[in-house]
Structure formats: structure tokens, C-alpha cells
Write a protein that binds this ligand. Sequence first.
Ligand code: ATP
Ligand code: MG
Length: 380
Amino acid sequence: MVDQEAFYRNVVHSLRNGVIAIWRDGSIAVVNDAAYRILGVTASASHIGRPLYEVLGRDHDLTEVLSLAFTDTALPNRAELRLRSSGKTIGYTLCRIADRDGTVSGAALLFKDLTRVEQLEERERLRDRLAALGEMAAAIAHEVKNPLAGIQVVAGVLKRQLPESPDAHELLNDIINEAKMANQIVVQVLEFVRPMSLQVESVSITTVVDDAIATLRGLPAAGRTTIAVDRDTQLPRFDGDRLQLRQLFTNLLTNAVEAMMDGGHIWVTFGYAAADEATEPGEQPDYAGYVTVEVSDDGPGIPDEVTEQMFSPFFTTKPRGTGLGLAIVRKIVNAHDGRIDIRPRAEGGTRFRVRLPVSRLTHVTDTTPSDNRTAGRTHV
Ligand SMILES: Nc1ncnc2c1ncn2[C@@H]1O[C@H](COP(=O)(O)OP(=O)(O)OP(=O)(O)O)[C@@H](O)[C@H]1O
Ligand SMILES: [Mg+2]
């Protein structure tokens, strides 16, 4: 004979949506595995029969939502909510559980983690914004480039017409240099707003970082900053755009060097984690694993109000900065379906952590460091 009750139980526990059901008195009837996972609570059989508020907390958003089932007449069929406890966004449906004769004996909440969906939507919105900005920037660049070239040409002509006047030459050189700077900004903006198409190849992350470090020589603070690269981790190669990734790390390292004009230390460390350990809640298990790169410095650190804005295009605290460095970093990370986060270092300074997915197809272990250029400590 089929055990129908066990079957119903298994249905509820196998659902990929979270399910929480309570009795009329607020005690827990069912919490399925997905619900525990989304809420980050450790599953325990002892929760059954206990008041929900004891398990989740009296002012937990879901305790409040479930209690509405017995007081509100119109229940939401599809609502969204950002959980205060974890910052996750969930989509939920709330229903009353009624007997055949209509007596309400409990309430059930079905919910789904929308955090990832929301992130994708946010990326979509950003792409749309950038596309609009791109068209505008291309139009402005077109209008601005010609007058800028004109200014440079005219200043050059004037210089030749005033061979005997060193003062005038100095001023004219200033004009030419400023016009060149402005032109560079136009070029950078165009570069930034162009939709990114990746030239994908199999990449060794250590080689990419080596190449990025090589581009730092010649920065004003060069010579006063040391970079230590930790190569002890075995890392897989993965699919990515080598030049874009080099740009990503060049930008992070440049910021670290620029944050420490009087010198300091930078550390680059690598890590690899297989997907089953590293897939975050709500993330699709599309990858074999994730390579992480941390770039830390012992500079002044970043105040909270700067952290909030630093990835926005044109946000800068530097007199001659364009503010595109981190906006480009984010664009490259997103194009690789990666993630980036920033944390202050406990000892002072900043730590950027970049996490890049390794797809199943190219999971080949790369045990040999590209070469020894940056093994140990180097000066830039
Ligand atoms: N490692 C760091 N330490 C301290 N502050 C940082 C660090 N990295 C970035 N910042 C802050 O974030 C701001 C934005 O950085 P971003 O790279 O986007 O622009 P920028 O460096 O100012 O200009 P650009 O990169 O275009 O030359 C910087 O102006 C700086 O205030
Ligand atoms: Mg920068």
C-alpha cells in the first residue's frame, strides 16, 4: 500500500521553494529544507511544535508576515520582501489552511530567494543605462574631439610664430598638455561606454596578475611600494578575456599604489574553491568552481561614504582622477559573471576580493607559475 502521508511529506520537503506552515496558535507545523537554506537556519526536528517566533525571532519579517494570515482578509498572492536579517530578497505567497468545512487551522508561506534574480535585473538596468550613456558620450566625443584637435594645432602654430618668447611657449605648452588630457578623457569615456565583447581564451590568472604588475612601473609612487604575490595555491585555468582581466587588476593595483603615495605594501593572494563549497545561496550551480584573487594594501583605507559610490562612473577623490577605474573593474567582473567585494583590512588599509567562475569545460589544473617575475616581493 502506498503511504500517502509520507508521499505528501516528501513532496513538501523536496520542493525547491521554501515552505513554512504554522498552526493557528503560531506553532510550527512544517519547515522544509529549502526554507531552512534560504533563511540560513540550521534544520532541526525539535522546531516542530515550537512557536515560530522562538525559532526565527519575534520581530523576524516572516513571523510578522505569517501572523497576517489570520488577521488580514486579502492575502498577497505574490509579494516581495527584503529580509532585515540577511538582506536577501524573497518573493512569497501566503495562504490560509482550511479544513473541508472552511475552518481555518493554520497558515502557509511559500517563498523563493530572489536575490540572484534581483542582481541580474540590476545588471540589466545598468546595461540599459550605459547603453543610453554610451550613445550620448559618443555624440559628445564626436563634437569635442575636433575642437580639441583644433586647439592643439593652433597652439602649435602660435609657438612657431613666437620663437623668441619663452613665457608664451610655456603657456602654449600648458594649453597643448591640457588639450591632450581632455582628449584622453574623451577616449577613456568612449572606451568605457562601448558594449564589452569578450575575447575569450584559456587564461592563467597568475600570468594576468604578473602582466598587470608589469604595467605599474612608471607610476609616480613607483619604487616606494612593494608587492608580494603569494603563489602557493594550485589554480585552474579558466575562460576569460586576458586583456580585460589584466586591465581589471591594473586598475585595482594602480588605486592601491595611488592610495599610498609615500609608499606601502600590497599583497596579492589567490584561492580556488570547488562549486559545492563556494556556490552562494541563490547562485546557479553553473560552474565547476571559483578562482578568487585578493588585492590588499596597507594604505589609509576607504571611508564608508566613498565605498558606497566608488564604483560609480566619474566618482573620484583625486584631483586628476577620472573616476572610471573601478567602474571599468565592475564592468569587466560582470562580463565574466564574477563578483567583487571590498572589506577593510583589520590592520588598516583595503582588501578587494575578485571572484571569477571556472566553467566545467576548461577545468585543467595549472600547476606551473607563469614565470618568476613576481615571485616573492617586488618593487614597482
Ligand atoms: N585601494 C584604495 N585605497 C583607498 N582608496 C581607494 C582605493 N581604491 C579606490 N579608492 C577610492 O575610490 C575612488 C574611485 O576609484 P577609481 O579607480 O574608480 O577612480 P580614480 O582612481 O579616482 O580615477 P582613475 O582610476 O580614473 O584614474 C578613488 O578616487 C579613491 O578615493
Ligand atoms: Mg583608479
